[in-house]
Ligand binder design. Structure first.
Ligand code: AHR
Length: 469
């Protein structure tokens, strides 16, 4: 396969916020995931040190919090201050002790060196709760909510999501596009009056199969045009929903079409409004998800439990290849996709898994993410591909170029890399491959791990990072 790279064919600059992730109050993402005060590696704040080390190694730049479906019935005041009431969480049929809340998360993010992205509840609440939370987090001392903050300095959180998946019947407080758009517009207006420096993400469709996909974005952007900076896009791929592994490995084509559709819709709204504004795409939930094989719901009729094991999928080599294709797709749209959140970070649909009191380990999907977060900075260059057996993109950083490629085919594919105007050769080639069903476990945490190879041949069914210097 021939790939021609020309430094003049620029797609766009990679926004570092593309390499984000997501921590929701769901299952063992928080309790037993990032936070476990009794764990041998716990910091004085109760954060798991082993998880912090893996999060840093993974190169996560941003984390969205606290949900997800959880946020749509969340009273943020329960999670701050000395009184922490225990509540029923309807999203995940769980018991929420509120031991971990906004301040704990923002402290964790600072220790991890990660930019926080906070979501506000537009399911059961609205303008007042959102502006109070923003005042608590970002306003200088001297007013009611800012004075309740445990530290003098404002946190200065820049990015905020106005609700979550409000088109979904599974959401507490589901809304029509008009209901949501009006509430988001007024909430966003008040929030920007509290702090004009923030950026706001309005809610897009929950996935491309939603009956309102496209029209939802059109209506919501029409109503929120003045305050929206980004629109969210969510997508998960369940291997059991594809007829075979080849179809599963091509699922990133759905994400590609989704991004094109949302960009076209946003630009059509801009055209109607005679506006030059260009809305960013915030892919703030994306991943593989074994929903069929590993049902995540505990049901809405059994007993409520604290931190039940939900969506603790064991990721395979096939999943890692899909995650690689999805990362390449995000990079190929670097001109419009500014934010990305691999959903989620720990234990829930996880690149990192833990056992309570025990070890933490990297899943197969950890590796392509870590490679992209490490080497995927700079300018994305256009790569034209013949056929769909190989998915690839190229990123130029300084004098070097990194090519990320997934070989979907069952055969070895020699790569003929032609780089115009730059004197570059392949100096490093990292590969992740193996038996498609292989995975890492607590007992075998490094069964699937990247290896270095010589040359530019793409092994069968493999994730590849080629560094040209
Ligand atoms: O990430 C798990 C869930 O998936 C989130 O809570 C929700 O937004 C989505 O449906």
């Amino acid at each position: 396969m021939r790939i021609v790279i020309d430094p003049a064919f620029k797609v766009g600059e990679v926004d570092d916020r593309l390499f984000g992730s997501f921590v929701e109050h769901m299952g063992r993402a928080v309790y037993g995931g990032i936070y476990e005060p009794t764990h041998p590696s716990a910091t004085a704040d109760g954060f798991r040190g082993d998880v912090l080390a893996l999060v840093r190694e993974m190169g996560v730049s941003l984390v969205r919090y606290p949900g997800g479906n959880f946020v749509s019935a969340y009273d943020w005041e329960d999670g701050v201050g000395p009184e922490r009431p225990t509540r029923l969480d309807l999203a995940w049929h769980s018991i929420e002790p509120n031991t971990f809340g906004t301040d704990e998360f923002l402290r964790w993010a600072a220790v991890a060196g990660i930019e926080p992205l906070l979501a506000v509840n537009l399911g059961t609440r609205g303008i007042d709760a959102a502006r109070a939370l923003l005042e608590y987090v970002n306003a200088p001392r001297g007013t009611k909510w800012a004075d309740m903050r445990p530290r003098d300095e404002p946190y200065g959180v820049k990015l905020w999501c106005l609700g979550n998946e409000m088109d979904g019947p599974w959401q507490v407080g589901q809304k029509t596009a008009v209901e949501y758009g009006r509430l988001a517009a007024e909430t966003g207006k008040a929030m920007k009056w509290v702090d004009p420096s923030i950026e706001l993400c309005v809610v897009g469709s929950s996935n491309s199969s939603m009956p309102t996909f496209g029209s939802w974005e059109d209506t919501v952007l029409d109503l929120t045009w003045e305050i929206a900076d980004h629109i969210s896009l969510h997508t998960y791929y369940d291997p059991a929903k594809f007829e075979d592994v080849d179809a599963y490995l091509r699922c990133s084509q759905d994400l590609d079409r989704m991004i094109d559709t949302v960009v076209a819709t946003a630009d059509a709204v801009a055209g109607r409004k005679r506006s030059r504004k260009r809305i960013g795409i915030s892919v703030d939930e994306w991943n593989v998800w074994h929903q069929t094989a590993n049902p995540h719901h505990v049901g809405h009729d059994g007993p409520f439990k604290h931190a039940p094991a939900l969506a603790e999928d064991e990721h395979t080599v096939a999943d890692a290849l899909v995650v690689g294709c999805l990362l390449i797709t995000l990079l190929r749209h670097a001109d419009r996709v500014r934010i990305g959140c691999l959903a989620q970070l720990v234990n829930v649909i996880p690149p990192i898994r833990t056992s309570n009191g025990g070890p933490a380990w990297r899943q197969t999907t950890f590796h392509p993410f870590a490679h992209a977060a490490r080497f995927g900075h700079g300018t994305v260059l256009r790569v034209e591909l013949a056929g769909d057996e190989v998915e690839a993109t190229a990123v130029r950083d300084g004098d070097g170029v990194t090519v990320f490629a997934v070989n979907r085919s069952a055969g070895t594919t020699p790569l003929d890399l032609v780089v115009r105007d730059l004197d570059l050769t392949v100096t490093e080639h990292l590969v992740l491959d193996g038996e498609l069903g292989a995975s890492n476990t607590a007992e075998h945490p490094d069964r699937v791990t990247p290896r270095r190879v010589a040359g530019a041949e793409l092994p069968p069914r493999s994730w590849n990072v080629l560094r040209l210097t």
